[in-house]
Ligand binder design. Structure first.
Ligand code: XFA
Length: 418
């Protein structure tokens, strides 16, 4: 197979992409600090890194860091629609082997992943597990020479744990997703903010004084509820788990069933990870003008099919806002067709949270290059020290100093440990 140096939409977009990457660098201080810390050592000299990631300005900051450390990087898109074409062009112009453009076909998507795999990477970074799966399914000879890998998402980690259980995992993988400095921050603060951002960009409404209903009080729900409250909404939380519901009450939110909340809410945000959370029973009870947005699982939390069936009329009133008129004349407004409002109507996670995810990625890659050969083919959590290092560097970047235990305090704690 003829392997091109790179394949992108339009190499002419490179200069715009460079400016965009520099903007992300300004807001990713941990990754930039790590880049400088190991740049003279060149710890990845001669290492081929194969990556399957959303090709965004933030990913570019990670890729530039790995290259600064000496790596040769091969990069495929981890989703056919998430590529920022100007960023891809900038990376190609810098010598990254990038195979990604927005709107790739399914066939092109898998071609790009196979192309990255056929470069025989020693280290593999993935977001969603498609590159790991391709290596294990179709390119076993290449997988044999992989020293180790990382995985960015929950879905990918689940797929890798299944491989591990079946005894088929061929190299050690760090589950970057499970790092505290990753999932606690991107779900709560990344999705929390970008969801509100998406609602604002789509609707341009005033949040203050509105009754907002947040379905689900997991990390995403907590973040969304916190931010909506911060902007002056009266926030109602709905939950199925009694412990989480109680937490929401004690955090000062009003808790009730969706049945009740449906009658009083102005804005509804789903963040449960489940299906059919808002359905025809609720549509029947909602106020004229109610706004519906999803921050949870793809497009299944709001039952769009039932809304379509109930409606007598439907029209797009603004980008990402669809009005559904019900038989009694009430109008409901669905944002982003029920898909993830923070991706469709805003820009996903802010760079500052990707900073911590990708600092964990970079440190996991460094760890694999040093100790990968000694590790069993298992799924590993990132070590606590790494998590703490990322948090410390983030604090330092913000100019925040924290206390340290004295020797006396350490002894005191240890003496009570038994
Ligand atoms: C696109 C990401 C997905 C972009 C890219 C361009 C724009 C907006 C699709 C993505 C993920 Cl599925 O990036 C977002 Cl204009 N991200 C991650 C992200 N989010 N994820 C919110 O931002 C986390 C997640 C999601 C959606 C976990 C599980 C399921 C779905 C990659 C990225 N984001 C930063 C983009 N800043 C411009 O680099």
């Amino acid at each position: 197979m003829e392997v091109p140096e790179y394949r992108v939409r339009d190499p002419g977009l490179a200069s715009r992409g460079r400016v965009s990457i520099e903007w992300a660098e300004m807001h990713m201080p941990v990754l930039m600090r790590l880049r400088r810390m190991y740049s003279s050592e060149k710890p990845l000299e001669g290492v081929r890194v194969g990556a399957c990631l959303h090709v965004t300005k933030e990913t570019a900051v990670l890729v530039r860091t790995l290259r600064e450390w000496g790596a040769e990087v091969y990069l495929a898109a981890s989703n056919p629609l998430s590529t920022q074409d100007d960023v891809a062009a900038a990376l190609a112009a810098e010598g990254v082997h990038v195979y990604a453009w927005r709107g790739m076909s399914g066939e092109e998507y898998w071609w790009a992943i196979r192309t990255v795999a056929s470069a025989r990477p020693q280290i593999v970074i993935d977001d969603g597990g498609d590159l790991h799966a391709t290596l294990h399914r179709d390119m076993v000879e290449v997988a044999k020479s992989v020293v180790g890998g990382t995985e960015e998402t929950t879905t990918g980690v689940i797929r890798l744990r299944a491989l591990e259980r079946e005894g088929r995992l061929m190299y050690p993988v760090f589950a970057v997703n499970d790092a505290l400095t990753k999932f606690l921050f991107d779900n709560r603060y990344g999705t929390g903010q970008s969801t509100v951002d998406g609602i604002l960009r789509a609707t341009n409404i005033l949040i203050a004084g509105k009754v907002a209903v947040v379905a689900g009080y997991g990390w995403v729900g907590r973040g969304v509820a916190l931010r909506l409250r911060g902007m002056g909404a009266r926030v109602i939380v709905t939950e199925v788990d009694p412990i989480r519901a109680l937490e929401a009450v004690m955090d000062g939110f009003t808790v009730m069933s969706m049945e009740e909340a449906a009658r009083v809410g102005d804005i509804f945000v789903t963040a449960t990870g489940n299906i059919n959370v808002i359905n025809s029973r609720h549509f029947k009870a909602m106020k004229d003008g109610a706004i519906l947005a999803n921050a949870g699982h793809f497009n299944v939390e709001v039952n769009v099919r039932e809304l379509e069936e109930m409606a007598v009329e439907k029209r797009v009133v603004r980008p990402n806002v669809t009005e559904y008129r019900l038989p009694d004349g009430r109008r409901l407004y669905l944002l982003a067709e029920g898909r993830l409002v923070n991706l469709v109507a805003a820009e996903g996670h802010p760079s500052e949270v990707m900073d911590m995810s990708f600092a964990n990625q970079a440190l996991a890659v460094l760890r694999l290059s040093r100790e990968g050969k000694k590790l069993e083919p298992r799924v590993y959590r990132v070590p606590r020290e790494q998590d703490e290092m990322v948090a410390r560097l983030k604090l330092e970047s913000m100019g925040i100093k924290i206390d340290e235990l004295t020797e006396e305090q350490k002894k005191y704690l240890e003496s009570w440990a038994y």
